[in-house]
Design a protein around this ligand. Structure first.
Ligand code: ASP
Length: 339
């Protein structure tokens, strides 16, 4: 469904909202239900009706792309969203785009788009931790902030942004850190890009890593993404899941290792065998902070790559996109060093 909310003021930024579902569009039987609700139940029209003030800040058009709980997101939906965003920007009549999204995989969609959208105009992802029907729902103010941020020229060329809880995060660094708090998105060590105060954005930093216009990745002619699996390392680990991933046709494996990307010796046997069959192995960490760059020399002899400071779920995205361009290990490592 497409909607149009014309503002009486002509100089307002032209913002497109793409709705995909999530808790921001969640509905529960009672206003006290914070965790038992149906994500994605409410359409974009109703979402916008909850924030009539939005028309004071932007001329809004909206589209419902899908209505899912974002834990069910797929590569196909990502390709559809990215195609739509690229097409809207190319058409030239939109100043910024807001994507309303579930928070579970919001950081992944944000990082994927950060690598494949070819435009410097603001692209802001927004979600909510409480359903739209909840007492003190956080969605309406998050949505208003996101729209204002998308219309702010200072948000240009900073990569894909996340606006929630009066904070501005960058797609590369931010991750969901809390199962229920409204302050869930944090960029642990590298920090917020800025704050939103009284609806106004204040920027303090930007990522130096490549994104959007400087990204070499393109979705042109792509109908699917290479299959990359994540294997989570743990005490008493084995090669069972590594072998299963290889048998299922994985072209890459991100090993979410212990500490500095350490691998259980049993899993390592499986990863060496996988690498010999051409599967690209990237060591990452389950620590949630820090960077995996070096490590025992044996891992480089085994030709395992390192995932830098990307968390495993983002390393998976970069590896998948890297495999659309090359299977040369040096080249893929360069990408991990640059993005
Ligand atoms: N399960 C929901 C989703 O990701 C959670 C949320 O939006 O906060 O769609």
């Amino acid at each position: 469904m497409n909607i149009d909310i014309e503002s009486p003021t002509i100089k307002l930024p032209r913002i497109k909202i793409l709705a995909t579902g999530g808790t921001i569009a969640g509905s529960a039987a009672k206003s006290t239900q914070m965790s038992e609700y149906k994500a994605g139940a409410i359409g974009i029209q109703t979402l916008l009706e909850a924030v009539p003030q939005i028309k004071d800040y932007a001329n809004i058009t909206g589209e419902q792309l899908c209505q899912i709980s974002s834990n069910n997101i797929t590569d196909d939906i990502w390709l559809q969203i990215a195609d739509r965003v690229n097409a809207i920007f190319q058409a030239g009549d939109t100043d910024g785009i807001v994507i309303a999204h579930g928070t579970d995989t919001l950081e992944e969609t944000a990082y994927f788009l950060n690598l494949v959208i070819k435009n410097e105009k603001p692209l802001v992802l927004v979600g909510a931790m409480r359903p739209a029907t909840a007492i003190s729902a956080d969605g309406p103010n998050n949505l208003l902030n996101a729209v204002r941020l998308a219309g702010n020229p200072e948000a240009r060329n900073k990569g894909v942004l996340i606006a929630m809880n009066d904070e501005i995060n960058g797609a590369r660094e931010a991750t969901k850190t809390n199962t229920s708090h409204v302050s869930t998105f944090r960029a642990n060590e590298l920090g917020y890009m800025g704050y939103i105060n009284n609806g106004e954005a204040f920027f303090y930093r930007a990522s130096l890593r490549k994104h959007t216009l400087n990204s070499e990745f393109s979705l042109k002619d792509l109908v699917s993404l290479p299959y990359v699996e994540i294997i989570y390392g743990h005490a008493n680990d084995s090669r069972i899941l590594v072998d299963a991933a290889v048998n299922a046709g994985a072209r890459g494996i991100v090993y979410a290792g212990m500490g500095n990307g350490s691998i259980h010796e049993k899993a390592e046997e499986g990863l060496i065998a996988a690498q010999k069959q051409g599967v690209v192995i990237v060591r990452s960490s389950r620590c949630g902070a820090g960077t995996v760059k070096g490590g025992p020399i044996r891992y480089s002899k085994e030709k395992f790559l390192t995932g830098d400071s990307l968390n495993p779920q983002k390393a998976r995205i970069l590896l998948s996109l890297a495999l659309t361009k090359t299977d040369k290990l040096d080249e893929i490592q360069r990408m991990f060093n640059e993005y």
